[in-house]
Structures are given as C-alpha cells and as structure tokens.
Design a binder for this molecule. Structure first.
Ligand SMILES: Cc1cc2nc3c(=O)[nH]c(=O)nc-3n(C[C@H](O)[C@H](O)[C@H](O)COP(=O)(O)OP(=O)(O)OC[C@H]3O[C@@H](n4cnc5c(N)ncnc54)[C@H](O)[C@@H]3O)c2cc1C
Length: 549
C-alpha cells in the first residue's frame, strides 16, 4: 500500500468509477473485483481496515454444517444454496492465499451409537453438497483414533468421532491481503476515512461523498460515479444517508471468542461441540499457537458492547467443558474478541438471529443510485463482491465483464509454498517461530520485511519476549500497510493481541516508539497512545472479570 498522505491526495484529485464504503471482507472483496475489471475504484473505511467483524470471526472457511442441518430440517432451498455456494468459495479462498488459509480436520465427538450414525450421515451429506469442491471425505474415527487427535477429550462413554473437512484462515490478514492486491492493481485505499454525507447531481443521484479524516479531523470530498455500501452492520446508516425513506434491514448479532493456552486442551485437530444448551454450535480450534473457543450468537441491544462479558465466557465454558477431561477456567483466558455479524432480516419478521440465513443480498436504491451489499459471511465474500460489481456494471449501463477473482493470487501468495518458512529461517538465520510467523502472516512479502534488516539490523529484535513478531515487521506495516495506531499493529497486522493481552501490553511501548520514529509524532503522543491502548485492554479484561489492576 502507499502512504496514507499519498492516497488522500489521490482521493481528492480524481473522479472514480466506484467508491466502496467499508474495508472489511465484503468491501475489500468488492474493491478488488471492481479494480480488476478495469473500473477505477476507491475504498474507504471509517476505522482501520478489518477492524470490525472481519477480524472477529471464528476463522473458518466453511459452508456451515449447522446451516446445512437447518436447510434440510426446514426444507429451505435458499439456505441449501448458500451452503453449496460457500463450499465452492471455500476452494477459491484456500487457493488464492495458501499462506493465510488451509484445510483442516474437524472432529465431532460421539458418546452414543445412534448419534454417531446421525452425524456420519450428516457429514456425508455435507461432502455430497460440496461434490467436486470437497476437501477430503468425512469418516468415522475409532475411539483410539479420536484420542490420538484430541487427547484432551473426555474419555468416559466415548464411542469415537466423525471427522469432516473445512478450512481455517487468518481473517485480519486475509482482509489486508485483499486490499494490498487491490492497491497493487491500481486502486486507492484509505483507512480512518468516514463517509458522513452524500452530494447529488441534478438528477438526485449520488455523485460525491463528504469524508471525514478520523485522524486529522479534516473534511474532504470524493467524486464518484457509483457508490457501493459494504459497511456490514453499519449498512442501514449509509442507506439512510442516501435515502431516508429506506426501512432498516440489518439485524446484527453479537459473537465472542476466547483464546486459551494450547496446552489447556491437547488437540491436533478442531473440535465441534455438537450439543449445546440452546442448539448452537461451539468450536474449539487450535489457532496460531492458541486454542480458539467460540462463538455466541446474541441479539444486539442498546447496551451491547464490543467486549467478552463474564457471562458470555461462562456460557462458552459451560458448553465446552462437558467434553473435556480437564475443564477450562475463565481465568485461563489469554485473549478474546467480540464482533457483530451483519445479518440481514428477510422481511418484517423477528426470527432469532441464530436462525437468520447467512446469505447475502445486493440492493439497488433506484432513487439515489446506492448499491448496498447486505449480509453474507467471510467465506462468501468473493461471490458477494462478484454479484455486487455485476450489479454496478449493469447500473452503469455498459457490459458486465467477467469477474477475475476466482483464481487470482493475493499479495504474498506468489511463489509461496510450504517450504517457504524453512527457507527464510535458514537464509536469514531466524528462530523457527519467527520464520513461521512471518511466512504465515505475510507469505512471500516476508522477504520485503527482511530486506529492512539491511537498513537497521537491530530490527530483528522481537517486539517483546514471547511474541514471534519482530521490529522490522512493525516498520514494514507502518510504511507499507497504512498502520496508524498501536492497535492496528498489535491486533490486525501482527495478530499479537490475539495471542495474548499480556504480551500486547508489554509490546505496546516499543511499538509506539517505532510509530513515533516513522511518523515523526510530536513529543508526548507516544505516552498517550500507550496509555489509551492499555486502558482499552484493561477495560476488556475488567468486563471478563479478570483485571488485576
Ligand atoms: C463472532 C463471529 C464469527 C464469525 N465466524 C465466521 C466464520 O468462521 N466464517 C465465516 O465465513 N464468517 C464468519 N463470520 C461472518 C463474517 O465475519 C462477516 O460476515 C464478515 O466479516 C462481514 O464483513 P463486512 O465487510 O461485511 O463487515 P465488517 O467487517 O463489519 O466491515 C464493515 C466496515 O465498514 C466500515 N464503515 C462503517 N461505516 C462507515 C462509514 N460511514 N464510512 C466508511 N466506512 C464505514 C467499518 O469501519 C467496518 O470496517 C463471523 C462473524 C462473527 C461476528
């Protein structure tokens, strides 16, 4: 990516074919698709890229076994189609960024033979729906095989497990890779740029947006032919700015995750908890050296905050612990995250959010020209983008050109294979965990990070003991990935905050120093930035009932 100041100049000096509002999975996908079709595109996000739902997911590239069950039980063709599409998209997502996404085994433990038969039939159906997109066939694992994969599982009454395939990915980095690929294709991207108002032409159609720079407070305007609203749970606000007569459509639902030390539940594969007190599904997934446990699905109220509450944590543990030999305790949590699913209501009904279909809808408001992409999920972001840009091209009156994104290597994927981590470990004399981390987060772009060591060899230092992130990586993300704040670096660019709050707090002062050096911050700003960051984490810990002061 180019520096933010340069992108801002480009934003104000050009008239774009398309402005995509929102830099989460959906917006990043739309921007890339549009730019690759030759449409000059600008992408704006009010905060940091991927700072909302798109970095708070369960990190599964999946059709959704629960959604298939719902589709079959409810004879719901729409939901069936959504699962089928997602299973096909799963392959594209894995292939386009192999450093960020990989196939994984998921085990459903069974404690009775009728249940074993039920789950095996269910997973065979999942395979059948995937058809040629299947990753590998599901099968029944004996009790012995199950305990080899999940030694921490409760043994009493265990018959075995049904093992099926899905994908796992790094959501925040996948979003950034989409945006980097978009910028490399000639697009303009700007974070901390909030659309606050629309301007219209004589026919009343949207022709420009008033944008607030959330860092400097300045206002500027962006001239555009067509606007795409990809703001997730914020979609109704943008729709109302474009046309106050539009009825709200979004039904956000909150979901939380906690991360535990990997040793708390010895697991080589992921565990799906099939039976919970309210019929939802919970996962316990090995993820980047931790155990990721989630998720919840709760209606949003005015009191909802983006934290994991003590009650939410207790709910997760109550569902998971009956399956573990050694129960997990809330106090063992090392990190956590909360996010809002951008679910879209079908009509006036008040269906529970957990029952709303995770499908997407492209909406055209003919009186303003706004095109909104509503709903969907991470796994289907590419298809959502394709449908949206098809609609944009139809509205622009020209021909609809084919999307190019099904097979398009994302930034870092070119030349990447499984041996890459070992190669850089050897060539740059890196500790194995640092090499794995750089390869897994940046793919072959890790080489650009390592090049920075020629400028300053001391940047090979870890940002704090216990984390694999190094200083060169921080400098790279400030210079080339538009990181503006400590959280941008620790949460989304390096993933350090999700590895551990403690380590993130320890790393914050050094990260702030590097930000200050690179961005010539005025005196005093470093201390304020560290204090704001640590206060936010302590507030999170406090909600979880874990803050020790
Ligand atoms: C707990 C949880 C678990 C999930 N697990 C999975 C999973 O395992 N697999 C899967 O496929 N999907 C999963 N999902 C769904 C998936 O994460 C979301 O569907 C997806 O991330 C939504 O992306 P988005 O871009 O639409 O929205 P968001 O990521 O929310 O992005 C919207 C962006 O719009 C920006 N914005 C808002 N207003 C403005 C404005 N005025 N101007 C400029 N920008 C603005 C925001 O800053 C934000 O960055 C999960 C979701 C949650 C919450």
């Amino acid at each position: 990516m180019k520096p933010r100041t340069e992108e801002k100049v480009s934003a104000t000096n050009n008239t774009f074919d398309i402005c995509v509002i929102g830099g989460g999975a959906t917006g990043a996908g739309c921007a890339l698709d549009a730019q690759l079709r030759g449409l000059s595109t600008i992408l704006l996000d009010a905060g940091d890229f991927a700072s909302a739902a798109s970095s708070a997911s369960t990190k599964l590239v999946h059709g959704g076994v629960r959604y298939l069950e719902q589709a079959i039980k409810g004879f719901n063709l729409e939901e069936y189609r959504m699962v089928k599409n997602a299973l096909r998209e799963r392959l594209y997502m894995l292939a386009n960024a192999p450093h960020l996404a990989h196939p994984a085994h998921f085990l459903v433990p069974v404690y009775s033979w009728p249940r074993a038969a039920y789950y095996l039939i269910g997973m065979k159906l999942y395979d059948a729906v995937a058809a040629e997109s299947n990753l590998f066939p599901s099968r029944f694992l004996s009790r012995k095989e199950t305990l080899e994969s999940l030694p921490g599982l409760k043994t009493q009454g265990l018959c075995g497990a049904v093992c099926y395939s899905d994908g796992q990915f790094d959501d925040a980095r996948y979003d950034l890779a989409l945006i980097e690929t978009f910028v490399a294709a000639g697009g303009t991207a700007l974070n901390y740029a909030r659309v606050t108002e629309f301007l219209r032409n004589d026919a009343g159609m949207l022709s420009a947006a008033s944008v607030r720079d959330e860092i400097s407070g300045e206002l500027f305007s962006v001239s555009v032919n067509k606007f795409v609203n990809a703001t997730g749970t914020g979609a109704d606000k943008i729709r109302a700015l474009a046309n106050p007569m539009l009825a709200p459509r979004m039904r956000p639902s909150k979901g939380v995750h906690l991360l535990f030390p990997a040793e708390t539940f010895a697991a080589a594969d992921a565990l799906l908890v099939p039976h919970t007190e309210d019929g939802r599904v919970i996962f316990a997934v090995p993820w980047q050296g931790r155990l990721l446990v989630g998720t919840t699905d709760d209606e949003v109220t005015p009191a909802t905050r983006m934290v994991v509450t003590k009650e939410e944590a207790e709910y997760l543990l109550r569902q998971l612990n009956p399956y573990l030999e050694t129960p997990l305790r809330r106090e063992q949590a090392l990190s956590g995250m909360a996010g809002l699913r951008p679910l879209v209501a079908a009509a006036e009904g008040r269906t529970a959010t957990s029952k709303l279909i995770r499908d997407h809808e492209v909406e055209l408001d003919s009186s303003s020209g706004l095109i909104s992409i509503l709903g969907g999920k991470w796994t289907t972001h590419r298809l959502m983008a394709e449908d949206t840009i098809d609609a944009v091209q139809r509205e622009m009156g020209g021909s609809v050109t084919p999307s190019r994104t099904t097979q398009y290597a994302l930034a870092g994927a070119d030349g990447y294979d499984k041996s890459f981590s070992k190669e850089i470990e050897k060539e740059y004399s890196l500790p194995a965990d640092v090499a794995r981390h750089l390869a897994g987060k940046f793919g072959t772009r890790a080489l650009e990070i390592l090049e920075l060591l020629h400028e300053n060899p001391s940047w090979n230092q870890r940002i704090t003991t216990g984390l694999p992130a190094i200083e060169a990586e921080i400098v790279f993300c400030i210079r080339y990935e538009m990181a503006e704040a400590i959280e941008d670096l620790l949460a989304r660019r390096t993933g350090s905050q999700f590895y551990g709050w403690k380590e993130a707090i320890e790393a914050a002062p050094r990260v702030a120093e590097l930000l200050a050096q690179e961005k010539q911050w005025e005196a005093g700003r470093t201390a304020t930035a560290v204090s704001e960051y640590t206060t936010k984490i302590h507030a999170f810990l406090n909600e979880l009932g874990l803050d020790q002061g």
